[in-house]
Design a protein around this ligand. Structure first.
Ligand code: HEM
Length: 358
């Protein structure tokens, strides 16, 4: 046996890693993070990861936009016009941000549906679900506050109509309306407020909730959609190595989403209407597609009922894992919950299409 030690020169990168590892034990941290297994039966369709990727895209394109964007009624519109027509690739960054917002909501909702239909919210993943619902609300909050920022006619009037619904909440309606708008009408205060929420409050909240969401996913591992958590025998594990197998597939999914995003942004760039004019109400004011079902519902029922229904439904969605006591995960063994989910999805889809064409 040759016990001669070969003294290879170590690279600078290697020495830096060794230096860090000696002090912070990074290798064991990385090992703990990466060397986990994904159950063979798990089918995530990479939707959580895709939502995460789109959040990164939104954060980076958003930071670039704030380099030129100016959040006052006198300057907002012109600064967006400047980004679109004068800044190199400004139109592309803005369009990527606008399309990214839509795709992030689509990915987030599809991720929620996958978790729901696979029963992956059940014990021990209740809190992962609760945090997920908060992530969805924060993502919708990004859409709502971001819509006002270009300060064009569509932005101004959609926000006027959207915030008006808050006024219909019994007892606290007036307070809520004034709080959101920063006064009786949509004004410079609303714009500053929405800008602050959109660029600081929501990103920090999303990052914090997301961190815990991901730590919990790491703690539990991914759910097996074929068997409830208690029935998975230890000898059936492990499944597919998270690193490099799952990560590689995830990277391919991100790459495809990036291509779709850039193609959409290039072919259908974000538009801009005339500058906001509080004295001239446009003929048709409609919210973005993801609020259309709510908008149509509000048109069909008395206002208070229309506003209170989502207020009452939100806690039900948040607390779903605690309300659904059936431990089974296979759809065939939970027909009532699956039927309720399908019916709700159908109702939201019909209201959205109706809202679009009405
Ligand atoms: C910004 C939004 C979100 C991000 C970035 C995110 C990220 C992720 C990621 C990366 C995973 C790993 C598995 C996968 O890719 O599917 C995951 C799992 C999970 N997510 Fe989310 N998520 C978000 C929103 C949501 C929402 C809206 C819900 C549900 C209300 C939710 C509930 C869950 C649950 C329960 C798991 C564990 C699933 C399992 O073990 O199979 N997440 N999430």
């Amino acid at each position: 046996m040759n016990d001669q030690v070969i003294d290879r020169p170590t690279s600078l990168a290697q020495r830096v890693i060794d230096w860090m590892d000696e002090r912070y034990e990074l290798r064991s941290l990385l090992d703990a993070m990466l060397h986990v297994y994904v159950p063979r039966e798990a089918k995530t369709f990479y939707l959580g990861g895709i939502t995460l990727f789109l959040f990164f895209m939104q954060a980076s394109s958003g930071i670039l936009l704030t380099l030129y964007y100016q959040p006052t009624p006198d300057t907002a519109y012109n600064s967006v016009l400047f980004i679109t027509s004068d800044v190199s690739f400004g139109w592309l960054i803005r369009s990527v941000h606008a399309w990214g917002a839509n795709l992030m909501i689509v990915a987030c909702v599809l991720h929620l549906l996958r978790v729901f239909f696979q029963g992956a919210y059940k014990r021990p993943r209740e809190i992962t679900w609760v945090l997920g619902v908060f992530l969805l609300f924060i993502t919708l909050g990004f859409g709502f506050t971001g819509y006002l920022l270009p300060w064009d006619q569509r932005a101004f009037w959609a926000t006027t109509v959207g915030t008006e619904s808050a006024g219909a909440v019994p007892v606290i309606g007036d307070f809520l309306l004034n709080f959101i708008r920063g006064g009786a009408t949509v004004s410079d205060v609303t714009l500053t407020r929405f800008f602050g929420i959109h660029t600081l409050v929501l990103p920090v909240s999303l990052a914090a909730v997301l961190l815990v969401h991901i730590v919990l996913i790491h703690q539990h591992g991914l759910a097996n959609p074929k068997k409830p958590a208690g029935q998975v025998k230890p000898d059936e594990e492990p499944g597919i190595p998270f690193f490099p197998h799952y990560i590689l597939d995830e990277a391919i999914a991100w790459y495809i989403v990036l291509a779709v995003l850039v193609i959409l942004a290039s072919l259908f760039p974000a538009g801009l209407e005339a500058k906001a004019n509080p004295l001239e109400t446009p003929a048709h004011i409609k919210p973005e597609w993801y609020f259309l079902s709510l908008y149509q519902f509000l048109k069909l029922v008395p206002r208070t009922v229309g506003v209170l229904t989502p207020v009452a439904a939100a806690p039900l969605l948040i607390l779903l894992p605690f309300l659904d006591r059936n431990p089974e995960v296979a759809p065939a063994k939970r027909p009532r919950m699956i039927a309720a989910g399908v019916l709700l999805l159908l109702a939201i889809t019909i209201l959205t299409v109706w809202g679009h064409f009405s």
